[in-house]
Design a protein around this ligand. Structure first.
Ligand SMILES: [Ca+2]
Ligand SMILES: [Ca+2]
Ligand SMILES: [Ca+2]
Ligand SMILES: [Ca+2]
Length: 273
């Protein structure tokens, strides 16, 4: 079995690869808890964003066009985590251009406005924005927000390769995913069309192959990689702030034996190309 041979190669690598063990901080590149106003990195492109009570909100929520405040850091593969309080209609911009004409928009608390209440949405889905035009709602969940307009949620969105994953605590699998090859980089930000507010935004740069999230790819990543491959829940417990997609080295959306050979290639090259 080729996969077993490759695992054997991994074991050999643990013996033969000499590693420079440089500890780097996890690749967190942006945080804001809005304790002292909003970071100067927020662009406040649409909606008149402001901070009150330690959270980020709009004076002018809207969806035509959707409001936006983007973090001015270009991103390709990354994870954004955030708290959404009183979740209603709103969402998270991903890999959008600065003009908001091309990008991906994850809608949180969607599906409510059809009932006339932007605070009543219970679903998550995606839009792909192309030259200012919005796709239909893609890959919608069912009604998974139990108390829209009231409930506070935590979200973790992973963006790697052509794959977008939206996670919520309490769900083992992503609540919804998107496969799209139209965008490779861009900005991340927030969208608000309801009473919901945002807090505790953390953006982490994803590094393929860096399965222990110390910022480098070396043989200290071998054991975590094998753990991610064989025991995803155990991996997430051991490295809770690490993008699980770092182990999806061939970026096909799943972590399996087909990631082993690409991972070995990344190891011997001290990083993935
Ligand atoms: Ca806060
Ligand atoms: Ca709001
Ligand atoms: Ca590492
Ligand atoms: Ca894979």
């Amino acid at each position: 079995m080729p996969a077993r041979i490759s695992l054997f190669h991994l074991l050999l690598l643990t013996v033969f690869v000499s590693s420079s063990s440089s500890w780097a901080a996890a690749q967190v590149i942006f945080t804001d808890d809005f304790t002292n106003g909003a970071s100067a990195s927020w662009g406040n492109q649409r909606g008149d964003w402001y901070v009150h009570d330690g959270v980020y909100d709009t004076h002018a929520p809207g969806n035509s066009p959707p409001t936006a405040s983007l973090v001015d850091i270009p991103l390709s593969d990354f994870v954004i985590e955030l708290d959404i309080n009183d979740v209603g209609d709103g969402g998270v911009w991903l890999r959008t251009d600065a003009q908001l004409q091309n990008g991906v928009l994850l809608v949180t608390g969607g599906g409510g406005y059809g009932g006339g209440n932007p605070n009543g949405g219970r679903r998550f889905y995606w839009h792909i924005v192309t030259n200012g035009n919005y796709s239909a709602a893609l890959n919608s969940t069912g009604d998974i927000i139990q108390n829209p307009g009231v409930q506070d949620i935590h979200m973790r969105i992973e963006v790697i390769g052509n794959h977008y994953y939206a996670f919520m605590p309490g769900f083992l699998m992503p609540v919804t995913t998107l496969l799209d090859s139209s965008r490779h980089s861009g900005f991340a930000g927030l969208y608000d069309y309801s009473i919901q507010t945002f807090d505790n935004v953390v953006i982490t740069r994803a590094v393929r192959g860096d399965t222990n999230c110390d910022g480098v790819v070396n043989n200290f990543d071998i054991d975590p990689f094998v753990l991610a491959l064989t025991n995803p829940a155990g991996y997430h417990a051991a490295f809770p702030s690490c993008p699980t997609s770092n182990a999806d080295v061939n970026t096909d959306g799943v972590i399996n034996n087909f990631d082993i050979d690409p991972f070995v290639t990344c190891l011997v090259n001290s990083g993935c190309s």
